[in-house]
Design a binder for this molecule. Structure first.
Ligand code: NAG
Ligand code: NAG
Ligand code: NAG
Ligand code: NAG
Ligand code: NAG
Ligand code: NAG
Ligand code: NAG
Ligand code: NAG
Ligand code: NAG
Ligand code: NAG
Ligand code: NAG
Ligand code: NAG
Length: 467
C-alpha cells in the first residue's frame, strides 16, 4: 500500500517537476509512520476510515436493489484558514527567532527546517500535488477526492449506468468547490456533470447546504461556562518541557495548542510532521478530548439549537427520498463543511445524544462523540435507500463503515425499514424550526431549500468564498 502511494505520487511529480519542491530521501522513511496520531487531531489531519466499524458488509444485501443514494462529503485535506494561519505564524516566529541550538524534540528545527506554510495564497485551500511541501506527500486533498471518486465508482458505479448527465452540488467555499471538481475529474470524462455552486453566504437563508452560516442566533460561546472547566494544564506542561530543554525559549500554553494544529496541517501539506512527535500519547488523548468537547457543544448534540440547523437539510433530503420514484436522478452528491455534516448527523441522531460530555475529566465510556471519527478532512457519508423484495430500507455509511441507527436496524444489512425510518425521522425533526430558532429573517428572506428541485433552471453558480 505504502509503496504504491509513493509510486503514484512520484509518477505524477514528473509532470510537475518544475513547480514541486523536491523531497529528501529521508522523507520516505517518515511518510506514513504517523498514522496512529491522526485520529487525535480533532479532524484537522488526513482522512481515515471510521474506527468504530462494526464489521457490517458494505455490499448491498443479497437480492436488493439500490433506489436512491445521497452523498455528503467534506472538502479534502487543506492548509489552515487565514485566522489559524496567522496564529500558527506567531508560534513559528517565536521558534525561528530563537538564537540557541535546539535540543530535545525541537532539534529538527536545527536542520534547515522550512515552515510548512510557504505561500499566503495557500491558506484556506486544498493541498494539491502542486502546492505540497514534499513531492512524496500522500495526503493531498486533491488526490483524496480523486481516489474517493474511484472508490465511488467501484461501490456504486452501476447507479450511473443509464445516467451520464447529472448535477453535483457544492457549497460556495472555494476549497469545497475545488474538492467537488477533483471528484468530478476523478469520475472521468465519460460523465457530463454540472457543478452547482450553492451559496453558503448568510444571505442564502434556507436555500443552502450550510445552514449554520445563515444562523445569526448561533453562538459559539454559548457553552463557555462548561468548556472553560476543561483542564488544560497539559498545554502548560508541554510549554514548560520545551522551554526547559531549550534555555531562553518562551513558549506559552497557546503555543502548545498551536503545535497540535501545526502537526495536523503539516501532515496535510508535507506528508509527515516532526512537530507531531513532540507530544506524549497522554497529551494527544487530552487534546483530542478537548476537540470533542468544543465540537459537541458548538456543532453537535450538546447545543439544542443544532437539531434545528441540521433539520433544514435533513428535511429536504427526506423529501427527496419520498420522491425517489418521480426523480430520474438516483444519486445526489453534495460537498460541504465539517460542521454541516455534524449538524446533519446530530439531527439524524446517528451521533449519540444520550451521553452528555463532561468537561470535568477526560471521559472514556461516555464519549461516543469522536469528532475526528466523523469529520476527518475528506469525510464522507452516504444515505442508502434500497428495496429488497417488497420492502424498502434505509441505512447510513459513515467514512466507509455501515453505522446502523441504534433503535432501527432490524432490516437486511442492519438497515431500517422505510416506514419505520420515516416515523423515526418525524420524531427527530418534531419541534425543529430553523427559521425561528436561528432568527434567519434578520439576514435573509429565503425561507426554503429549493436547489435540489430548481437547479436545472436556476443554474447555481455562486461567487466562491475563502471561508
Ligand atoms: C522574528 O519575529 C518577528 C515578529 O516578532 C518577525 O517579523 C520576523 O520575521 C521573525 N524572524 C524570522 C526569521 O522569522
Ligand atoms: C439501466 O438500463 C437497463 C436497460 O433498460 C436496465 O436493465 C438497468 O436496470 C438500468 N440500470 C439502472 C441502475 O437503472
Ligand atoms: C450535459 O448536461 C447539460 C445539462 O447540465 C445538458 O444541457 C447537455 O445537453 C448535456 N450534454 C450531453 C452531451 O449530454
Ligand atoms: C537538553 O535537554 C535535556 C533534557 O531537559 C537536558 O538534560 C540537557 O541538559 C539539555 N541540553 C542542552 C544542551 O541544553
Ligand atoms: C524570554 O523571556 C525573558 C524574560 O521575559 C526574556 O529575557 C528573553 O529575552 C525571552 N526570550 C526569548 C527568546 O524571547
Ligand atoms: C455518563 O452519562 C450518563 C448519562 O448522561 C451520566 O448519568 C453519567 O454520570 C455519566 N458518567 C460519567 C462518568 O460522566
Ligand atoms: C409482494 O407484493 C405482491 C403484491 O402485493 C404480492 O403478491 C407478493 O406476494 C409479495 N411478495 C412477497 C415476497 O412478499
Ligand atoms: C422539518 O419537517 C417537519 C415536518 O416533517 C417540521 O415539523 C419541521 O419544522 C421541519 N424543520 C425544519 C427545520 O424545517
Ligand atoms: C433577531 O434579529 C433581530 C434583528 O437583527 C434582533 O433585533 C433580535 O434581537 C434577534 N433575535 C434573537 C432571538 O436573536
Ligand atoms: C427582506 O425583504 C424585504 C422586503 O422585500 C426587504 O425590505 C428586506 O431588506 C429584506 N431583508 C433581507 C435581510 O434581505
Ligand atoms: C430540468 O429537469 C426536468 C426534470 O428532470 C427536465 O424535464 C427538464 O428538461 C430539465 N430542464 C433543463 C433546462 O435541463
Ligand atoms: C460560473 O460563472 C463563471 C463566471 O461567469 C464561469 O467562468 C463558469 O464557467 C461558470 N460555471 C458554471 C458551472 O456555469
Amino acid at each position: 500500500m505504502f509503496k504504491s502511494v509513493v509510486y503514484s505520487v512520484l509518477a505524477a511529480s514528473l509532470v510537475n517537476a518544475g513547480t514541486i519542491p523536491l523531497g529528501k530521501m529521508a522523507d520516505i522513511a517518515k511518510i506514513g509512520t504517523q498514522e496512529d496520531i491522526i485520529p487525535f487531531l480533532g479532524g484537522s489531519g488526513p482522512y481515515f476510515s471510521f474506527p468504530g466499524d462494526y464489521g457490517i458488509s458494505r455490499d448491498l444485501p443479497e437480492g436488493c436493489e439500490m433506489k436512491q443514494l445521497h452523498m455528503f462529503a467534506r472538502h479534502g485535506e487543506r492548509y489552515p484558514t487565514f485566522s489559524k494561519g496567522a496564529t500558527l505564524l506567531k508560534t513559528w516566529y517565536k521558534l525561528s527567532n530563537y538564537t540557541g541550538t535546539y535540543n530535545g524534540s525541537l532539534s529538527f528545527l536545527n536542520d534547515d527546517y522550512e515552515f510548512f506554510i510557504r505561500h499566503h495564497d495557500d491558506l484556506e485551500m486544498e493541498t494539491t500535488l502542486a502546492n505540497s511541501d514534499d513531492v512524496l506527500n500522500p495526503y493531498t486533498g486533491e488526490m483524496d477526492s480523486k481516489r474517493h471518486a474511484r472508490e465511488f465508482l467501484a461501490q456504486y458505479g452501476y447507479m450511473l449506468e443509464n445516467k451520464t448527465s447529472f448535477p453535483v452540488f457544492a457549497a460556495s467555499s472555494e476549497r469545497v468547490h475545488d474538492t467537488a471538481q477533483y471528484f468530478i475529474d476523478g469520475l472521468g470524462d465519460q460523465f457530463n456533470i454540472s457543478l452547482q455552486t450553492v451559496s453558503e453566504a448568510m444571505s442564502a437563508g434556507a436555500n443552502t447546504l450550510s445552514a449554520a452560516n445563515s444562523c445569526p442566533a448561533w453562538d459559539g460561546d454559548a457553552f463557555d461556562d462548561i468548556l472553560s472547566q476543561y483542564d488544560t494544564t497539559y498545554l502548560d506542561d508541554i510549554a514548560k518541557r520545551l522551554n526547559k530543554e531549550n534555555k531562553g525559549l518562551n513558549l506559552t500554553s497557546t503555543d502548545s495548542d498551536n503545535l497540535f494544529a501545526w502537526c495536523a496541517y503539516e501532515l496535510n501539506a508535507r506528508g509527515y510532521s516532526d512537530v507531531c512527535d513532540i507530544f506524549t500519547k497522554d497529551e494527544l488523548v487530552r487534546y483530542s478530548y478537548g476537540q470533542d468537547l468544543v465540537s459537541f457543544y458548538q456543532d453537535g448534540p450538546g447545543y439544542d439549537m443544532i437539531k434545528s440547523v441540521g433539520a433544514n437539510l435533513f428535511n429536504a433530503t427526506l423529501k427527496l427520498m419520498k420522491q425517489s420514484e418521480m426523480h430520474d436522478l438516483k444519486v445526489w452528491m453534495n460537498f460541504l463543511h465539517d460542521c454541516d455534516i455534524l449538524n446533519y448527523l446530530t439531527t439524524v441522531g446517528i451521533i449519540d445524544d444520550k451521553n452528555t460530555l463532561t468537561a470535568d475529566h477526560v471521559s472514556f465510556m461516555n464519549n461516543t462523540y469522536r469528532k475526528s471519527w466523523y469529520v476527518p478532512q475528506g469525510a464522507r457519508f452516504y444515505t442508502e435507500k434500497f428495496q429488497c423484495s417488497n420492502d424498502t430500507y434505509v441505512r447510513y455509511v459513515i467514512n466507509d463503515a455501515v453505522v446502523p441507527l441504534e433503535s432501527c436496524s432490524t432490516g437486511p444489512g442492519f438497515s431500517c425499514e422505510i416506514n419505520d425510518f420515516y416515523d423515526y425521522a418525524e420524531k427527530r425533526v418534531a419541534g425543529t424550526d430553523f427559521l425561528k430558532v436561528c432568527n434567519v429573517s434578520s439576514v435573509s428572506n429565503v425561507t426554503e431549500l429549493t436547489f435540489y428541485w430548481d437547479w436545472n433552471t436556476t443554474h447555481y453558480n455562486d461567487t466562491l468564498l475563502k471561508q
